[in-house]
Design a protein around this ligand. Structure first.
Ligand code: PMP
Length: 360
């Protein structure tokens, strides 16, 4: 029997762990573990998805022209410089697969999104993890880690799971200082929650090696459908399209995403609600003595005094049927990442944590 041997790097991959969605013995759970939109998608997206069912015998378009046109119109971007994928995860995969290979290095940061090292290994490259400073991406530390083998630098802005952001001027300094052959990926999965941040568009316009990725999973409430997109120079999009499967997005995905992005009013409303209840949640945590950095995303990172206290708080929440995300895998064992839910969810979790802290 010939030995079955995976490609180098594949066995180094630590399997992705997703947010828990059920609890043994609890019929109903309040799920605040995966940064989902608590209000769900736009009703227009749901209607468009249902309507797509009438033509399921037809293949979907291979070029996503209508969806790209809608994204371009709403965001003021050239549709020819947009690529769509099965979640932004797939767009990140196109980038890594296209620009990194054996012997290359991909820079991620200490609390960076866990998919980045997975994608680097899957491409045969080596992920290089750079330390952060107080849970913030540190541009100087990234620049110090760049070598002749560096091909990609991944930054999520706002970052998951910390919720912190790199200031615009710092990002610009990084983009300007990186060698031209290094792709800077600005992952904007949470960009819409960060006020007037453009997700990296202006940097894409000003630097040929910057790629922005975005998702329909968060602000648009379509995590279950899996749609994401990327924006870059035409030359880069042309490269990425070569590794993309022709029918990667289904009719239903494209119909729902197009309706979702065009429902600008609903998108704005979701962002405003998130900002309001994010502040409420963070203030509540801080008032009861649980540390919490300012968050620019749709979650907050609650910092307990010790990992044991975080575990005990997690157990108390589970007892109440509330699921949050333990982030020990991100080297933050004293933290729990809590998705910003609706008003009732925020009030409920603060109530449970207040009782846990004995401050009621
Ligand atoms: N980037 C970051 C920082 C994320 O947190 C996530 C979702 N967990 C993604 C990308 C991928 O999202 P999706 O594939 O659903 O678009």
């Amino acid at each position: 029997m010939p030995q079955i041997r995976p490609q180098p790097g594949i066995m180094e991959i630590a399997l992705y762990v997703s947010g828990q969605s059920s609890l043994a013995g609890k019929a109903e759970v309040l799920k605040l573990s995966s940064n989902e939109n608590p209000y769900g998608p736009s009703p227009k997206a749901q209607a468009a998805y249902a309507e797509a069912a009438a033509t399921l015998h037809r293949y979907p378009s291979t070029d996503h022209a209508e969806l790209r046109a809608a994204i371009g119109a709403v965001h003021g971007l050239d549709p020819d410089r947009i690529i769509c994928g099965v979640g932004s995860d797939e767009v990140l995969q196109f980038i890594t697969q296209s620009f990194a290979g054996p012997g290359d290095e991909c820079i991620t940061t200490e609390h960076g999104f866990s998919m980045y090292p997975i994608l680097a290994h899957a491409a045969g490259a080596v992920p290089v993890e750079v330390a952060e400073t107080d849970r913030r991406v540190d541009v100087d530390k990234i620049l110090a880690a760049v070598t002749a083998r560096t091909k990609i630098v991944f930054i999520a802005n706002p970052a998951n799971p910390t919720g912190t952001m790199v200031p615009g001027a710092e990002l610009r300094r990084l983009a300007g200082a990186l060698p031209m052959g290094v792709i800077l990926v600005l992952d904007g999965a949470y960009a819409e929650f960060a006020g007037d941040y453009d997700g990296g568009v202006s940097l894409v316009e000003d630097f040929p090696n910057v790629v922005m990725t975005r998702t329909f999973s968060k602000i648009h409430g379509l995590g279950g459908l899996r749609i994401g997109w990327g924006y870059a120079r035409r030359e880069i999009i042309d490269v990425l399209n070569r590794v993309r499967q022709p029918f990667n997005l289904s009719l239903g995905q494209m119909a729902a995403a197009e309706a979702a992005v065009r429902d600008v009013e609903y998108t704005r409303w979701c962002a405003a609600e998130n900002a309001r209840w994010r502040d409420f949640l963070r203030n509540g945590l801080v008032q009861m003595g649980i540390a919490c950095d300012e968050s620019f995303a749709n979650f907050v990172l609650a910092r307990f005094d010790t990992p044991d206290e975080a575990d005990a708080a997690d157990a108390a929440l589970k007892e109440d049927g509330i699921l949050v995300r333990k982030v020990a895998g991100y080297k933050l064992p004293e933290c729990l990442r809590i998705t910003v839910g609706d008003e009732a969810a925020c009030r409920r979790i603060l109530g449970v944590l207040a009782a846990f802290k004995g401050v009621r």
